[in-house]
Design a protein around this ligand. Structure first.
Ligand SMILES: *[C@@H]1O[C@H](CO)[C@@H](O)[C@H](O)[C@H]1NC(C)=O
Ligand SMILES: *[C@@H]1O[C@H](CO)[C@@H](O)[C@H](O)[C@H]1NC(C)=O
Ligand SMILES: *[C@@H]1O[C@H](CO)[C@@H](O)[C@H](O)[C@H]1NC(C)=O
Length: 975
């Protein structure tokens, strides 16, 4: 017999034809019966082309030998993905790892995900066999069954418990951490349309990010190819825990049944796949214009539609038993285009990166033209402006997967709004916060939901946005995203309410397995056990819509005298002590019934204390009274790290100052052999949106150094983020602050040893020219040198260099470092060498090899980097977050839009350090006076801004910035 011509197979095919009625039925049956008999007795009728020709009394019918599988295939076309019918009676998870102990968690506050995220149950959760076996009350009957089985018994002590976080947009495992040029498996450059590619094929199981992400409570992620192709390939859903098998395949969650070959078990219930699409600017990597991209997509879907139609008409005949007219025709197949056909059949979900109204409109048009659903628009910075367009999408309103504040790094994100999540939720559209890991390390994804909550997204929606809603959009809400009997045992126990600042998992359980059996988490303050009372933003939200996403941000209201009433705390710089102190605490005001008062006149505080002592100002006709409702007055924060003032849109050269020419790589000969040193002040731009948004979030000053590509940056300048232009009063605090350079490994970089040698010569020898002159001021201790560096080995070299230079020159030099991810390895040495550290980012992440030895903080380590350095008496400042230098040696990329979050980063750093180490006054120092000190900016108290917040303070999610008091500018800006 020929291979494949097996009796059984054909036999199985006999009863299979579509239900048939009427007179033709009988003859069909008879024909097939004849076929069986003939086949059983001889194989000579096999015609070599996979068909049998059978003579019957009235006609000739041609039936393929694989009729059974064709029939099954044709029937399967209509089957929608989803859990198999017996899924809910499963006793063990398909992801169960043998030997996993049962886990009983008692006495938890359980956010179940039900009632649209509003249900909270107090009680216990019992996990076994990778499944949640009971929620709320665990009966003794259940527990008795486990009497002789090892059960971990955890007392949650009333702590919050949620399902694991589900990240709808991650590149974990395909974009490497640490970053390696050879390990970037994000995008193919084979053209705009590559639906046949699969992220699974590039998935690295040894990425350093897995543990970081799990430590933030992330248990499941959709790993997507990048966005440089219009159709970039298939994403894959995975759980982040390590598996015994150590393979990518074993990490997957319900992969499509076709995942490991074309021998697909056709009767298996199909699972959803996910296809990454992208609109707008990014796919221009392989296209000229948006028009080309959309055409490429239409052409691809047209191919798919043709293939689908061919399959459908083929199957129509098969299912009606009309084998005759099919002749020798085969089921139309095409491995390349099948994934798009699967989209048209609703088996693969469309996950698309689209930012602007034009792109959303285009894509919605495509979805209707080819009749496919869009599961989610990702990034979608303008989605909140066009809800009607979203609602027009084919058959289903897509979810919107967003960043909270990360924006304006390209034009497409220019109209981003922090109010978008709330606006979309009000429109009844599904809101998802996502990481785009490592754009935002997914460890911090819960913080994205918390910031969205701060800007108006209701608590239940914010929690759902990273748990149940993404589970639904993935088509996996039958097993993840909820705490419910029968669901996967993916659980996070929290040290506080998950939307509280710095919320940290005390335990992360995936498939019933504890991922941090030795978690290090100190208790949080009681106030953190409920969701923060966030400010009202109704006016700002309405204005955002009124101005098509670009509400004016310049402060306009500048009353001469402002009386801030109902002030509960007043933190200010104490010049004598050189640090921020709690003034009201010093005055013994903290426990009084009557809250305090702060009065500012033309930018100066003229009275601060008990309401009675400043009451006389209330009667002044000039006074504007501002009720802070228990809020605070505190120091304005200082940015160092984001290139505020040097760019409006990071990826648009026309909006940026640009990069300095590095002396080690060759500067224009015009400057002569001594070269030149660029000064940031010469390139400053005022009034950029990110600068004004930072200003409105309490960051009043920036110290910015020139952007550079290799070693030498140049001279930083200190300026006011609220000033309209350089020449305005108080706009510039200091023209010259410090000399800046970077010591990082990377593309087209001179070696570290070359850069060190350059510094050694400049600091110890008389080097001619301008570069030499600037470094002489460093060498004699006048100007600080600030070096961006992460690697402990390079830091060690710098410590030695400092000693060498000081010994040779006979005087101390001011050398401080920024970045400093590996600084904990040299904490004692840094302290001893009197080198201070500006930590950026405040929560370490291994973006690059130089940064791989992180001290991640709780729950992985008891110490955080910042806390550890402080314990070693190192002076520490904190800078904002961005994306760790991708090809740029500066501290951070694309940090401008996140400078506004500096207040939260510092508040979180205070909490991450554990109780008792950093009080609020010291935390303010981290973000203000310490940064100034380390950069050598010596200010007096008439130069320091103060910030007034209502409802809370700058270091929590409850305070809203109401005003800036600026002595140097002689004004009070009231927002
Ligand atoms: C194919 O994939 C499924 C789903 O992940 C898995 O259960 C199965 O073991 C795989 N088969 C082979 C041969 O790898
Ligand atoms: C340091 O060097 C600069 C440049 O040579 C010079 O102007 C300055 O006076 C020196 N300062 C000290 C304290 O030596
Ligand atoms: C830090 O400084 C304090 C006060 O000077 C001192 O008691 C302590 O030993 C120092 N700690 C370290 C680790 O150097």
């Amino acid at each position: 017999m020929q291979p494949g011509v097996r009796k059984a197979a054909v036999h199985d095919g006999l009863p299979a034809p579509a239900p048939c009625t009427g007179p033709r039925c009988k003859s069909t049956r008879r024909t097939l019966l004849v076929l069986f008999v003939l086949l059983a007795t001889t194989s000579t009728l096999y015609l070599g082309s996979g068909v049998l020709q059978v003579e019957s009394s009235d006609r000739t019918v041609v039936v393929p030998l694989d009729a059974q599988s064709i029939l099954t295939k044709c029937r399967s076309l209509q089957v929608k993905p989803g859990p198999p019918a017996d899924f809910y009676s499963r006793k063990q998870s398909d992801r169960y790892q043998a030997g996993t102990d049962a886990v009983l968690i008692r006495n938890a506050k359980i956010w179940t995900g039900h009632r649209s995220g509003r249900e909270v149950v107090h009680g216990d959760v019992f996990l076994d066999s990778g499944i949640i076996q009971a929620v709320g009350h665990v009966s003794s009957g259940i527990l008795n069954k486990y009497a002789d089985i090892t059960t971990l018994d955890l007392d949650a002590g009333g702590a919050w418990l949620t399902p694991g976080i589900v990240d709808l947009h991650s590149h974990l495992g395909v974009l490497a951490s640490p970053r390696f040029d050879g390990a970037d498996d994000g995008n193919s450059n084979k053209g705009p349309i590559v639906p046949w590619l699969r992220a699974l094929d590039g998935l690295n199981t040894h990425d350093d990010a897995y543990r970081h992400s799990m430590s933030g409570g992330v248990t499941t992620s959709l790993i997507l190819p990048g966005s440089l192709n219009a159709i970039a390939g298939q994403g894959v859903v995975m759980k982040l825990r390590p598996t015994k098998e150590r393979s990518p395949t074993s990490m997957l969650l319900e992969p499509p049944v076709s995942i490991n070959g074309s021998e697909v078990p056709l009767d298996a219930t199909p699972r959803f796949g996910h296809m990454k699409h992208a609109c707008g600017e990014n796919p221009k990597a392989y296209q000229d214009t948006r028009m080309d991209t959309v055409w490429a997509v239409r052409q691809a879907y047209d191919n798919a539609r043709t293939l689908k139609n061919d399959q459908d008409s083929f199957c129509e005949k098969v299912l009606s038993g009309d084998w005759r007219s099919l002749g020798s025709q085969k089921y139309p197949e095409n491995l390349q285009w099948q994934p798009l056909v699967d989209i048209l059949r609703g088996k693969i979900k469309v996950q698309t990166h689209c930012y602007e109204a034009v792109d959303l409109d285009n894509f919605v048009r495509l979805s209707n033209e080819f009749q496919f659903e869009v599961a989610a628009f990702h990034h979608a910075h303008e989605a909140y402006l066009v809800p009607e367009v979203l609602k027009r999408a084919y058959n289903n309103t897509p979810a919107i997967a967003m960043f909270s504040t990360f924006a304006r790094y390209k034009r497409e994100g220019f109209r981003h709004s922090e109010f978008a999540p709330r606006i979309l939720a009000d429109e009844g559209i599904d809101v998802i916060m996502k990481s785009d890991h490592f754009a935002i390390p997914s460890r911090n994804l819960i913080g994205e939901a918390a910031i969205a909550h701060h800007y108006g997204l209701p608590e239940h929606v914010a929690l759902s946005s990273v748990m149940s809603t993404p589970a639904k959009v993935l088509g996996l809400d039958h097993r993840i995203g909820y705490v419910k009997e029968g669901y996967d045992a993916d659980i996070v126990l929290w040290d506080s309410h998950p939307l509280a600042l710095g919320a940290t998992p005390t335990q992360v359980i995936i498939d019933g397995i504890l991922q941090f059996p030795h978690a290090h988490v100190a208790p949080k303050p009681d106030a953190h056990q409920t969701a923060p009372m966030t400010p009202k933003w109704d006016v700002e939200t309405a204005r955002t819509l009124e101005h098509d996403g670009l509400p004016p941000l310049e402060p306009k209201f500048r009353p001469h005298m402002v009386v801030f009433a109902n002030v509960s705390r007043f933190w200010n710089m104490d010049e004598a002590k050189g640090r921020v102190v709690d003034v009201f605490a010093v005055q013994g005001l903290l426990n009084t019934e009557n809250l305090g008062m702060v009065v500012a006149d033309q930018g100066r505080v003229v009275c601060a204390g008990a309401a009675t002592s400043c009451a006389s100002y209330l009667s002044s006709t000039e006074a504007t009274i501002v009720d802070l409702a228990g809020g605070a007055v505190q120091p304005g924060l200082v940015n160092y790290g984001a290139e505020l003032g040097l760019s409006e849109i990071f990826t648009e050269a026309s909006t940026r100052d640009g990069y300095v020419a590095d002396p080690l790589l060759g500067q224009p000969s015009f400057f002569g052999p001594g070269g030149y040193v660029a000064k940031a002040i010469d390139g400053l731009q005022f009034g950029t949106r990110d600068a004004l948004l930072a200003y409105r979030a309490g960051v009043t000053t920036s110290i910015t150094s020139p952007s550079h590509t290799a070693w030498l940056s140049g001279i930083s300048t200190a300026f006011s983020l609220g000033a309209p232009h350089k020449l305005a009063r108080g706009a510039i605090l200091r023209d010259v602050v410090a000399v800046h350079a970077s010591l990082t490994h990377g593309d087209s970089q001179p070696s570290i040893s070359t850069k060190i040698e350059a510094m050694r010569r400049l600091l110890t020898k008389e080097v001619d020219g301008e570069i030499g002159a600037w470094f002489r001021q460093v060498a004699n201790g006048t100007l600080p040198l600030v070096v961006n560096v992460h690697s402990a080995d390079i830091i060690a070299t710098l410590i030695s260099l400092k000693k060498e230079v000081e010994a040779k020159n006979g005087n101390a030099i001011k050398l401080n470092i920024a970045g400093a991810t590996e600084a904990h390895l040299l904490a004692a040495e840094l302290s001893e060498a009197n080198i201070g550290v500006i930590v950026t980012p405040s929560r370490s992440f291994p973006y690059n090899w130089d940064e791989r030895r992180t001290l991640p903080g709780p729950p992985q380590t008891a110490d955080s980097l910042i806390g550890y350095l402080i314990k070693h008496n190192v002076t520490v400042g904190v800078g904002p977050r961005g994306i760790g230098a991708i090809g740029h040696p500066g501290v951070i990329d694309m940090a401008n839009s996140r400078a506004r979050n500096l207040r939260f980063d510092i508040g979180e750093a205070m909490l991450d350090a554990g109780p008792g180490l950093i009080d609020k006054a010291s935390a303010f120092s981290l973000g203000s006076v310490n940064v100034e000190k380390l950069l050598g900016l010596e200010l007096h108290d008439k130069e320091r801004d103060l910030v007034a917040t209502a409802g809370g303070d700058l270091l929590d999610y409850e305070g809203k910035v109401i005003a800036v008091i600026s002595p140097r500018r002689g004004l009070v800006d009231v927002f």
